[in-house]
Design a protein around this ligand. Structure first.
Ligand code: SF4
Length: 233
């Protein structure tokens, strides 16, 4: 039921969460992974009280018709919640494009959800072998890479994104990951510098743009993709 959608917050206007669109972001509560750099730790528990009802979000969106292009479901992990299906349908009925931010932890659910969305931002957190070190979740690499394949096969517009910090990846790791993604057919890729996490995990807060050379970021990695973005913290 749509009233079951557990919402942890709403950003009424953003220009950065859905490429090329003015968007609102609905933050879905709950995520089973525990990435050390997560900058929304308040959205991880499933059981905290919701901050907003779907009814309130829908009323807000009805007043924004003609002013916003898109609505993005982010988190936490939106695909955790079965009510996302009906929420995405309603957003499209209201005339907005529908976007999804996901870490790809539920590939079979994602496969069913993709036709309801216009754009997906998929986190690729690490080379396959390094996934569990970042997420704390066994089997997370298999799930994320299965989801990556589904997104590419679906034909949906997308961006794959990796959060980078010199404490997470060496120059060689980063280049190898980018080459792996390019070999699998990824065309749109971004690297995002770690932001302060709110979890007091200062190991992740070094400035990636200082640690990685321009040659690596732009000449070696950037040229592998038809669209490449580096997002500063
Ligand atoms: S998957 Fe996303 S929401 Fe979940 S812990 Fe990792 S960064 Fe945070």
């Amino acid at each position: 039921m749509l009233s079951d959608l557990h919402i942890g917050g709403l950003t009424p206007l953003t220009t950065t969460d859905y490429p090329g669109c003015l968007a609102a972001v609905v933050f879905c509560q709950g995520c089973p992974w525990r990435c050390g750099y997560c900058h929304n730790p308040h959205l991880l528990p499933r059981t905290v009280p919701a901050q907003l009802s779907w009814h309130a979000v829908r009323s807000f969106l009805e007043r924004r018709r003609g002013l916003l292009d898109a609505v993005v479901f982010s988190g936490g992990e939106p695909t955790l919640q079965t009510a996302l299906v009906d929420a995405a349908r309603q957003v499209r009925e209201l005339g907005f494009k529908v976007g999804l931010h996901t870490a790809g932890m539920y590939p079979s659910r994602l496969k069913r959800l993709l036709p309801l969305f216009d754009w997906v931002g998929l986190d690729i957190k690490a080379p396959f072998a390094g996934y569990e070190k970042i997420t704390g979740a066994r089997g997370s690499g298999e799930k994320a890479f299965a989801s990556a394949r589904l997104v590419l096969e679906s034909g949906i517009d997308y961006e794959f994104r990796t959060t980078v910090s010199p404490n997470l990846f060496s120059n060689e790791d980063l280049l190898r990951l980018a080459q792996t993604l390019a070999e699998r057919g990824v065309q749109k890729y971004s690297l995002q510098e770690c932001r302060p996490s709110g979890r007091d995990d200062h190991r992740f807060l070094e400035d990636a743009s200082d640690a990685y050379s321009r040659d690596l970021l732009y000449a070696k990695i950037g040229r592998l993709f038809s669209r490449f973005t580096l997002r500063r913290a």
